[in-house]
Write a protein that binds this ligand. Structure first.
Ligand code: ZN
Length: 507
């Protein structure tokens, strides 16, 4: 939006405007979407949230969630009304203390009309009282709330928030969180960040969690159930808290053998990505039947099935890499998914190299040779895959191949400077694929438009880099499978909407 330069005459007009009651000033509704072409209704226009305070009560026996959400926000335009994204049943909304009218519309819109229109740039506090059964709510035909035998879990991408709190549901609007959840004694409520305190009263225990660094809505998580909690501290001093469902059965040992290495892996990743961006760390495994994992901020979500074939450290590497690539630096638009997944997958390749199970180059060669030119794999453009292919395997494998191509083009020194510099440059913010290209050109001093276009934006198999053409031209059998390949492939489909749940491959 362009602001006109105020001329003296206009100033006088502005003074006159002040004399008009606020309700008469021209105000317009906030947009029902934040402007993401992949998901037009996601997020909202007209305001920016800085903090969510969620005070909730959850009953595992019935899946009933009730509570009060207080949003601390600031308007970014004059507003006659604005939207939140939410699915549960709202009883009351207050804006700056006064009762506001509200109605629902679309797949997940809560339209709020404050008693008094809001001026641009003004602080605004929104209080929403609500209740409902999250597992009974659907948007676009699915639910992101996983009911478990002992409770429920909210963890999904690109959306999960609307099933448990009202929000501006898009990564562009990051905020801090206080999540306080009352659950029956003997049940645990797990969320992001630091466990500030717990208190028990009349059969109910309240769990108070705090995320004090900006966090996107899809990276906020809640899991209620019967969990064993382990705590510790990494060698570098970051507190770790992990939670395991008490009912993981045969997966329990493998889950712990993987996730208890969280501190070690996070410390190892700092060598590539720079200091860990948060003051809390961990992971949790609820008793769900889902197949994926998700980089929920500070405390990734892991499905029990990720550990069905034994320990799986690679998936822990992937989700922890996202703490820098995806969580600290989040995408601007969902089409920028490569800045998350290309690098989280590449971190798995670096781990393979570290473990002596195949170098990143060997993995890249294997991916390249495994997919012949007519494989639809190459029609997916990791730089703009489309919503239907957002979590396609090509976004991961071709995405990591693009990272290796960059490394080969600019050399290790510039490459590793970029890997470490990127999270610092855009810390706690948002960035796009174009921003990454610009940054890589700046650090390396090389023009990279052709390289990015070839590896991220062309719907065809790039020509083999000359130096390795001889080896890879002989086809898949000439390039041996790195030892880590099967473990890494087992983490495919680590993200996903329900529907992906029935097949871990093909995402
Ligand atoms: Zn990922």
């Amino acid at each position: 939006m362009h602001r006109r330069i105020i001329a003296p005459g206009a100033l006088a007009a502005a003074v006159l405007l002040l004399a008009i009651p606020a309700s008469a000033a021209p105000r317009s509704p906030g947009a029902p979407g934040i402007g993401d072409p992949y998901y037009p209704a996601y997020g909202n226009g007209g305001y920016d949230v800085s903090h969510y305070d969620l005070r909730l009560k959850y009953q595992p026996a019935t899946d009933e969630l009730e509570g009060t959400a207080t949003l601390v926000a600031r308007t970014t335009q004059d507003l006659s009304s604005f939207n939140l994204d939410f699915l549960l049943d709202v009883g009351e909304v207050r804006v700056n203390g006064a009762k506001a009218s509200f109605r629902t519309s679309g797949e997940h819109e809560l339209e709020i009309t404050p008693k008094t229109p809001l001026a641009k740039g003004a602080p605004v506090t929104v209080v929403v009282r609500y209740r409902g059964v999250p597992s009974s709510k659907k948007a676009y035909g699915f639910t992101s709330w996983h009911r478990t035998p002992d409770g429920g879990v909210a963890a999904n991408e690109p959306e999960a928030a609307a099933w448990w709190f009202p929000s501006n549901d898009h990564p562009l609007d990051k905020a801090t969180y206080d999540v306080s959840v009352q659950v029956p004694d003997g049940t645990q409520a797990i969320s992001n960040g630091t466990l500030q305190s717990t208190s028990s009263r009349l059969g109910w225990t309240r769990w108070n969690w705090r995320s004090d660094k900006p966090q996107t809505t899809y990276l906020a998580t809640l899991a209620v159930g019967r969990f064993d909690i382990t705590t510790g501290t990494t060698e570098s001093g970051i507190p770790v808290l992990n939670a395991y469902s008490k009912d993981l059965g045969g997966h329990a040992g493998a889950a712990r053998a993987s996730i208890e290495r969280t501190g070690e892996i996070a410390d190892w990743l700092t060598g590539y990505f720079g200091p860990y961006p948060y003051n809390a760390l961990g992971g949790y495994v609820p008793n769900t039947t889902t197949g994926y994992a998700l980089e929920t901020q500070t405390r990734p979500y892991y499905s029990p099935r990720q550990f069905a074939n034994g320990s799986n450290v690679s998936v822990v590497v992937h989700e922890l890499a996202h703490q820098w690539y995806g969580d600290d630096v989040s995408l601007k638009r969902w089409k920028d998914i490569w800045i998350n997944e290309g690098f989280a997958r590449y971190a798995q390749w670096l781990w393979s190299e570290h473990e002596g199970e195949g170098t990143a180059q060997e993995l890249a060669d294997y991916v390249y040779a495994s997919h012949p030119a007519d494989d639809p794999f190459w029609t997916v453009k990791p730089g703009d895959p489309g919503p239907e292919n957002q979590f396609d395997i090509a976004v991961y494998d071709r995405g990591a191949l693009a990272v290796q191509a960059l490394r080969n083009e600019i050399g290790d020194e510039a490459f590793f400077a970029i890997l470490k510099g990127w999270p610092r440059k855009y810390a706690h913010g948002n960035a796009s694929v174009a921003d990454f290209q610009r940054y890589a050109e700046e650090v390396s001093g090389k023009p990279l438009a052709a390289l990015f276009d070839t590896w991220l934006f062309q719907p065809s198999k790039p020509g083999a880099p000359a130096a390795r053409a001889a080896a890879v031209a002989k086809g898949p059998r000439a390039v041996s499978q790195p030892r880590s390949w099967k473990k890494i492939a087992a983490t495919n489909g680590v993200h996903g909407r329900p529907g992906a749940e029935h097949g871990e491959h093909g995402r």
